[in-house]
Write a protein that binds this ligand. Structure first.
Ligand code: CP
Ligand code: NVA
Length: 300
C-alpha cells in the first residue's frame, strides 16, 4: 500500500491490517506507552474545504507519533492561484514525507499521487471519505467484535460517505443495504463493484434497508460544496431520517453511527443522536487512531 486514495484500491487484508494497528495504537495511547514511530517526519495537510475532525486528528496524530503536521490552506498556497497539481506534488515531495488532502475532485488526489513521490492520503473528496470509514469499521469491530454476518444500513444521500461505506463494509464481509432517493444513488464505479456481492442491496425504502440492521449510518443531506442546493435537498431527503420508528425494525442492539457534523432534526433526530452519542463520539475519536495507523503504514 503506497497511498490511501480510495478504499476501492485496498484489499480486505490491507483494511484489517490498518484496523489491527489502530487498535494497538489506541491501546498504547490510552496507557501512555510511547509510540513515536514517525520521529522527524512531516505531514503536509492541504485543505480546500472546512474541517474540525480531520484537521485536528491528523495534526494531533502526527505529534503523538513524534512527527509534525503543516496546515496548508489552499487560500494561501499557490495552488489556490492556479499553480498546477503536477508541480505542487513535485515540490512538496522535496520537503515533506506525506500529503493529506481534502478537496472536491477525486482526480486532484489521484494526480498528486501520480506526479509526487511521497504517500498521499485522501482526507475527503466528493467521491469518497476513506479515513472516516476506516474509523467507522474500527468502531463497529470494537462494539460487535467481528464483521461477518453483520448488516450495515446507510440512509440518505448517495454521497462520498455512502461510496466509502459500501466499499469498506462489503470488503470486510458485512452485508450492506443502502436507501437513497432515486436520483441520488452512489457513484457508478461503486455500484459496479458492489454488484458482485450478494449481500449488497440498493433501495429507496428506508424500512427495507434498516430491517434487522446491526449498524445504521447516515450523513448530512447537503455536503460541503452543495450549500446552494440545501433548501431543495431538505424537501427531497425529508423521509431519509434515522428516528425511533426506523430503529424499531433494526436489530435490538443496533448501533447508530454518524461521521459528523450532524444536522439534528434532519438526517437524524436529536433523541436518537443522544441515545447513541457514546458510539458516535467513539467513532469520532477513532479517526485519530485509524489515521495514525495509516500514517505509520505509509510513512514509516
Ligand atoms: N467527519 C469529518 O470528516 O469531519 P470534519 O469535516 O470535521 O473533518
Ligand atoms: N458528506 C459530507 C461529509 C462530511 C464529513 C461532506 O462531504 O460534506
Amino acid at each position: 500500500m503506497k497511498h490511501l486514495l480510495k478504499l476501492l484500491d485496498l484489499s480486505k487484508e490491507d483494511i484489517i491490517d490498518i484496523l489491527n494497528t489502530a487498535d494497538q495504537l489506541k491501546y498504547e495511547q490510552k496507557r501512555g506507552i510511547p509510540h513515536k514511530h514517525l520521529e522527524g517526519k512531516t505531514l503536509g495537510m492541504i485543505f480546500q474545504k472546512s474541517s474540525t475532525r480531520t484537521r485536528v486528528s491528523f495534526e494531533t496524530g502526527m505529534y503523538q507519533l513524534g512527527g509534525m503536521a503543516l496546515f496548508l490552506s489552499s487560500k494561501d498556497l499557490q495552488i489556490g492561484r492556479g499553480e498546477d497539481v503536477e508541480d505542487t506534488a513535485r515540490v512538496l515531495s522535496r520537503y515533506i514525507d506525506a500529503i493529506m488532502i481534502r478537496t472536491f475532485e477525486q482526480k486532484e488526489v489521484e494526480d498528486l499521487a501520480k506526479y509526487g513521490s511521497i504517500p498521499v492520503i485522501n482526507g475527503l473528496t466528493d467521491f469518497c471519505h476513506p479515513c472516516q470509514v476506516l474509523a467507522d469499521l474500527m468502531t463497529i469491530r470494537e462494539y460487535k467484535g467481528m464483521f461477518e454476518g453483520l448488516k450495515m444500513c446507510y440512509i440518505g444521500d448517495g454521497n462520498n460517505m455512502a461510496n466509502s461505506l459500501i466499499v469498506g463494509g462489503l470488503k470486510v464481509g458485512m452485508d450492506v443495504s443502502v436507501a437513497v432517493p432515486k436520483d441520488y444513488t452512489p457513484h457508478q464505479d461503486v455500484l459496479d463493484f458492489a454488484k458482485n456481492y450478494k449481500g449488497f442491496e440498493l433501495t429507496d425504502d428506508i424500512y427495507k434497508a434498516a430491517k434487522n440492521a446491526d449498524v445504521l449510518i447516515t450523513d448530512v443531506w447537503a455536503s460541503m460544496g452543495q450549500e446552494d442546493e440545501a433548501q431543495m435537498r431538505k424537501e427531497i431527503f425529508k423521509h431519509y431520517q434515522i428516528n425511533e420508528e426506523l430503529l424499531k425494525v433494526a436489530a435490538e442492539d443496533a448501533m447508530v453511527l454518524h461521521c459528523l457534523p450532524a444536522h439534528k432534526g434532519e438526517e437524524i433526530t436529536k433523541d436518537v443522536f443522544e441515545d447513541h452519542a457514546k458510539e458516535i463520539f467513539e467513532e469520532a475519536e477513532n479517526r485519530l487512531h485509524a489515521q495514525k495507523a495509516v500514517l505509520v503504514k505509509l510513512i514509516k
